[in-house]
Ligand binder design. Structure first.
Ligand code: NAD
Length: 481
């Protein structure tokens, strides 16, 4: 059985309590490993190590820091097959997805911020020839980074890369549901020569390890990605301690399809936006609004494609839909299907557990579901389900669909399909979401601001936004008289 260890002060170590949690393989529904059930004592050790490492790491030249992080990126690429397999086994996602998206993105995250920091500059302002102001941006200290299970190494590196590049040291907690690639990453950091204590990874439960990180007085900034309810509780702890906070939370994203769209591209992208990673991406478009003029045509084409998606063993080539991440999550998603029926929805396809033959017979597989007939404001259309479930609704006017799109508590991303340029701009500007894609979905440029409005989060990640978050600005004003 694989036994994961913490990474503290440069060493792989057991949790001080000696206790472990079980790690499940969701495709088989069986325990295949053990995870440290760490507690505040392990967090305390990690914070001590990070605090000790901070003066040296933050004073190191930017080029030296960049070199170490680039080495980490190279080692991720070297081990990409191993990491992709580990991610697929731990999370249930198709191996093909882990190979093409998760792991390449993890090394891109490291490489992007390792080089971005070389070009990071601060401002100076000449003030009416009376004074010169210049701003310095220095690392803050020990950063707490907490990440979720849906894109494990991808989102883990998305936080720690800018934190480390900017000169902070880090205490990180990956999700206890998918800890494996963060563990393999700690071995890569050791091999790359990352100095001891610069990155510390403490595995365990959110309310124990996560909470201990959030409330630790020597951690002045917290970067969190996860559910909105968890984000709220983290903010309640961190705000009175005046910590810097970045919160990337849930979504209930609209996918708006106008009658003048390119239908083939719209169907292709809508399939990806609906069901990639079993619909377990915060950016998935789970509410599909289709203009009435093409509603029947779209639905027919879309349904044909959904029914052709292969739910299968994540390790087999050709599987489009793997397992959802856990029994508890499968139960939650299936409960929403039942709720959809109660709310008057018609399940046009999918929505039930799939029993696969062979090694996956006890895995957590759900056939992708398409629901129609629901009101835009029912619970199924307002709450985040985070699974392979979409609701399709007709609309008539632009004004009406903007109202529907903006009706939830969330505001992470939105997708629009139209060939009318003016409409694309007009609607984009009126949507209350941090990210809008037009005629595409999840086309990412790591330089752009990433994050949500309303209950989808606070702050932005990506590019300069991340480097600004992980540094403290100081303005120095010098009189010219
Ligand atoms: P979660 O909130 O349950 O857990 C996220 C992380 O927080 C885990 O590491 C968990 O152990 C930890 N945690 C739990 N309770 C904690 C506490 N009290 N204090 C500190 N840490 C705690 O979320 P999840 O189920 O792992 O992930 C799914 C959610 O993440 C979805 O809502 C999804 O939309 C969201 N998400 C958002 C983004 C984004 O960029 N906006 C990206 C991916 C996922």
């Amino acid at each position: 059985m694989d036994k994961i260890q913490n990474y503290i002060d440069g060493q792989l170590t057991d949790p001080l309590s000696g206790h472990y949690l079980e790690n499940y393989n969701p495709a088989e529904g069986v325990v295949y490993g053990l995870i440290p059930d760490s507690d505040e004592k392990d967090v305390q050790r990690a914070v001590k190590a990070a605090t000790k490492a901070f003066p040296v790491w933050s004073a190191m030249s930017v080029a030296e820091r960049s070199d170490v992080l680039l080495k980490v990126a190279d080692l991720i690429d070297r081990d990409s097959d191993l990491l992709a397999l580990a991610e697929s086994v731990d999370n249930g996602k198709p191996l093909s997805l882990a190979k093409s998206v998760d792991i390449p993105r993890a090394s891109s995250n490291m490489r992007f911020f390792a080089t971005a920091i070389l070009h990071f500059s601060s401002e100076s302002h000449l003030t009416d020839n009376k004074a010169i102001n210049y701003t310095t941006r220095t690392p803050v200290g020990v950063a707490g980074c907490i990440s979720p299970w849906n894109l494990p190494l991808y989102l883990f590196t998305w936080k720690i890369a800018p934190a480390l590049a900017a000169g902070n040291t880090v205490v990180a907690k990956p999700s206890e549901v998918t800890p494996m690639t963060a563990y393999l990453f700690s071995k890569i950091c050791i091999e790359a020569g990352l100095p001891s204590g610069v990155l510390n990874i403490v595995h365990g439960l959110g309310p124990k390890v996560g909470q201990a990180i959030v409330e630790h007085p020597d951690i002045p900034l917290i970067s969190f990605t996860g559910g909105t309810a968890t984000g709220k509780s983290i903010a309640a702890t961190a705000a009175p301690m005046f910590k810097k906070l970045s919160l990337e939370l849930g979504g209930k994203n609209p996918n708006i399809i106008f009658g003048d769209c390119d239908l083939k591209n719209t169907v292709d992208e809508s399939i990806r936006a609906s069901f990639s990673n079993q619909g377990q991406i915060c950016l998935c478009g789970s509410r599909i609004f289709v203009q009435r003029s093409i509603y029947d045509q779209f639905l027919k084409l879309f349904l044909e494609r959904v029914k052709a998606l292969k739910v299968g063993d994540p390790l087999e080539a050709g599987s489009d839909i793997g397992a959802v991440v856990s029994q508890a999550h499968m139960d939650k998603v299936l409960a929403y299907i039942e709720l959809a029926k109660k709310e008057g929805g018609e399940i046009l396809c999918g929505g039930a557990q799939v029993k696969l033959p062979g090694r996956c017979e006890n895995g957590y597989f759900i056939a992708p579901a398409v629901i129609t007939g629901l009101d835009y404001n029912c619970r199924v259309n307002q709450e985040e389900i985070f699974g392979p479930v979409v609701s399709v609704m007709p609309f008539d006017s632009e004004e009406e669909v903007i109202g529907y799109a903006n009706s939830t508590a969330y505001g992470l991303s939105a997708t629009i399909f139209t060939e009318n340029l003016k409409r694309a701009h007009r609607v984009s500007h009126q949507l209350k979401s941090g990210i809008v894609w037009v005629n595409c979905w999840l086309l990412r440029d790591l330089r752009t601001p990433f994050g949500g409005m309303k209950q989808s989060g606070v702050g932005r990640e990506g590019g300069e936004e991340a480097l600004r978050f992980f540094t403290e600005a100081k303005n120095i004003c010098i009189s010219l008289k």
